[in-house]
Ligand binder design. Structure first.
Ligand code: ATP
Length: 290
């Protein structure tokens, strides 16, 4: 089941501090959205409004045309998984999954058990006795197995080691293909996760910086690689995002598209032209080195 999300003029104040400023966007169903922004940009605040955890009197958040806040019918279709504090959670993994089963109409128990095996989760262990990475895997399992039309993961993968994150990415892509639904993934692991995204929502200082298709976004820049002298000549007067040098070879990422003539010139000069990375664009657009 796929649904449409429409945010219109959303603002959020925390006791006078403006965390979100007039955010509007519309997301068609069945997409994987990467929500990126620097620390404190407002990602969690925005996600908590989408998932109706947080109310804002300013603006509206609609799913298939219906306001989400205090709307039980819509809320059951939105799963919001975040880096929860399980220190007081004495229920075991099995009981926690059974609770999810009760509230999520599209929950798939067989698939949940498949994920339990993949992540090697001990069903009889209390959540507060799981390692940090296992708690992350439990969150991911609850989120994926819910098969909610909107599934939001707010940095839940932080505790996972790299091989476990890879299992998560693989499962996410496979299950999304079989059961199309909307995923919103907030992350700082931009270069690791960019291949998952269909669209990018980038926020900065509480404002929407861009909402764009991943493919067209990474066409906004190019990387130029070759002999350092030729590369330097070629990129002169261009907006440079990043530079790397290894021996006499240099790779420079620039902002802005190249004309046909420039592309032809680069080819003749033996320069290799490649795509820009989302990470470089992110650093550039949000103004600073990380
Ligand atoms: N309950 C709160 N009371 C006051 N200010 C808050 C509250 N929650 C968040 N903020 C502030 O709102 C801004 C946005 O916070 P938010 O947690 O949404 O950012 P984020 O993009 O998720 O950050 P990070 O990447 O660091 O997790 C920050 O300046 C934060 O300090």
């Amino acid at each position: 089941m796929t649904v449409k999300i429409e945010a219109q003029h959303i603002s959020l104040n925390y006791k006078g501090f403006k965390a979100l400023k007039d955010i509007s966007f519309s997301i068609e169903g069945g997409k994987i959205i990467g929500l990126i922004g620097r620390n404190g940009a407002g990602k969690t605040s925005l996600l908590s409004i989408i998932s109706a955890f947080q109310y804002t009197p300013e603006g509206s958040l609609r799913v298939n045309g219906e306001e989400v806040f205090e709307n039980a019918k819509v809320m059951r279709d939105i799963a919001f998984l975040y880096d929860a504090d399980y220190s007081d959670q004495t229920e075991n993994v099995k009981d926690m999954l059974d609770t999810v089963k009760k509230y999520r109409p599209y929950y798939d128990e067989e698939y949940a058990m498949h994920l339990v095996k993949r992540f090697k989760l001990p069903l009889d262990k209390a959540a507060n006795k799981l390692s940090k990475g296992m708690q992350s895997a439990l969150n991911v399992t609850m989120g994926l197995a819910s098969r909610a039309p909107i599934t939001i993961f707010d940095e839940v993968y932080l505790g996972m080691d790299a091989p476990t994150r890879n299992i998560f990415y693989k499962e996410l892509l496979e299950d999304q293909e079989k059961h199309p639904r909307t995923f919103i993934l907030s992350t700082h692991l931009v270069s690791e996760m960019d291949y998952l995204f269909d669209e990018i929502v980038m926020i900065h200082d509480g404002k929407l910086l861009l909402h764009e298709n991943y493919g067209s976004l990474v066409e906004k820049g190019v990387s130029v690689t070759g002999h350092h002298k030729k590369v330097d000549e070629f990129v002169e007067n261009k907006e440079i995002l990043n530079e790397e040098k290894l021996g006499t070879t240099k790779s420079v990422t620039i902002f802005g598209e190249l004309s046909e003539e420039e592309l032809e010139f680069a080819r003749k000069d033996g320069l290799e032209i490649g795509p820009v990375s989302l990470q470089d664009l992110f650093i550039h657009l949000t103004g600073g080195e990380e």
